[in-house]
Design a protein around this ligand. Sequence first.
Ligand code: IMP
Ligand code: MG
Length: 178
Amino acid sequence: MLLDEKTFTKYLSRHEIDAAVLKLAEQLNRDYAGKKVVLVGVLKGAIIFMADLARQLTMETEIEFVRLSSYGKARTSSGTVTILKDIGADIRDKHVLIVEEIIDSGRTLRFLYDRLKASSPASVEIVTLLDKASKRVVDVPVKYVGRAIDDQFLIGYGLDLEEYARNLPDVYFLKYPN
Ligand code: IMP
Ligand code: MG
């Protein structure tokens, strides 16, 4: 089944993930000290990372979510991004931090970054737990990266395989895709 060890191998343990989250939080706590920040999580993948990261942040935060479509059930980006659920807050003159669990082609975040910028926030930055930099198709300004990773299809800690496995506390890679 889904977590047959012949198919999935552990890639990052929960301890390694915790360490990466803590390191990011320390950077953010320094850079945003004394500021108010609107965290914008990208549903659904970022929920677990958002929950862990937000609890390590010491500045004042609001938590918002967007839901974007680009992948559907496919494992590669389709190139077209649409908004399924928008943020509820007015971000004008506010510091916005996009919270994403993984960046692949960059298409999803390029779209979101440009869209949020258009609302005249004080700043927009991106924090991602995982970055598949070698897969980038579209340039996207990512300031905070937890771990740079190889081109591998990962599941767990929010990442799904056709909607399953988001709840796994560790990250696994798929040995035999398709
Ligand atoms: P991008 O637009 O190609 O950068 O795609 C980013 C989105 O694709 C992420 O937010 C994830 O939801 C999804 N994604 C990218 N790589 C993986 C993966 O290895 N496993 C699961 N989902 C992924
Ligand atoms: Mg995502």
